[in-house]
Design a protein around this ligand. Structure first.
Ligand code: URA
Length: 238
């Protein structure tokens, strides 16, 4: 095993055991989605937005998002955070919303939580170049408060179009806000993780795990998160 991978696994709190009787040193890892149709005047702002988004490609969508004024977060943001990664990725990781660092840099998960996410990816044998990373919200809520329902609702068509364009083989919801929004439920995260879900009306498998920022505060939960990621990997390999 690449010695660096041991470091990433270690950052995830994962112990790697080497079976005693083996003579080689291969460790065994334990644990385990352009036009605006102006005829749709009876539709709400976000509904008509949804119709036009259906036809957008990545570039058009990115441009639409960057100029978005659907909600008041447009007034306080430095810039939108569209998402980043491989537009042909099998894996889609979805967080909550940009924080201060992300708002400044225009990229998701670039702060401390992002470093842990990078290690989670590397522990899975992935990197940011292999996956796509997005958020429920494209704009930073002031003082990193939770997204308001109307903000999530305005942003939802963007994420849905991203998922349609990406067609990921698996979606990993990072944290309660992502999980509850994606699954349209108020069930606590502890009851959502550890099992397979499907995204909306699609067959795309969705796995819920803890948010990296939560794992930084509660490192003991890293093992559970690792179990979730291993389950996601198994689902993709099946
Ligand atoms: N937390 C999130 O949920 N998303 C980010 O992009 C950064 C931190």
């Amino acid at each position: 095993m690449n010695p660096n991978r041991l470091k990433y696994l270690d950052a995830m709190g994962i112990q790697v055991y080497v079976p005693r009787l083996r003579t080689d040193t291969t460790p065994v890892e334990v644990m385990a989605s352009d036009q605006v149709d102006t005829s749709e005047v009876s539709l709400s702002k976000s509904e008509s937005l949804e119709i036009s988004l259906d036809r957008m490609d990545w570039l058009q969508l990115r441009e639409r998002v960057s100029g978005c004024t659907q909600c008041s977060l447009a007034e306080s943001r430095t810039q939108t955070v569209f998402g980043t990664g491989n537009e042909n990725a099998d894996w889609l990781f979805i967080g909550e919303a940009p924080g201060q660092d992300e708002d400044r840099q225009g990229e998701p998960f670039v702060g401390r939580a992002g470093q842990l996410l990078n290690n989670m990816l590397l522990a899975l044998g992935l990197s940011r170049e292999h996956v796509f990373i997005a958020n429920i919200l494209k704009c930073r809520p002031p003082k990193n408060r939770d997204p308001k329902p109307e903000e999530s609702k305005s942003c939802k068509p963007y994420l849905r179009r991203q998922i349609e364009l990406l067609q990921p083989r698996i979606i990993v919801a990072l944290g309660r806000i992502a999980a509850q929004n994606l699954l349209e439920t108020e069930t606590p995260i502890g009851k959502l993780r550890g099992r397979a879900h499907r995204y909306a009306d699609t067959n795309i498998p969705l796995v819920v795990t803890y948010h990296p920022a939560y794992l930084l505060r509660s490192p003991k939960e890293k093992s559970k998160s690792w179990q979730d990621l291993v389950m996601a990997k198994q689902m993709i390999n099946d």
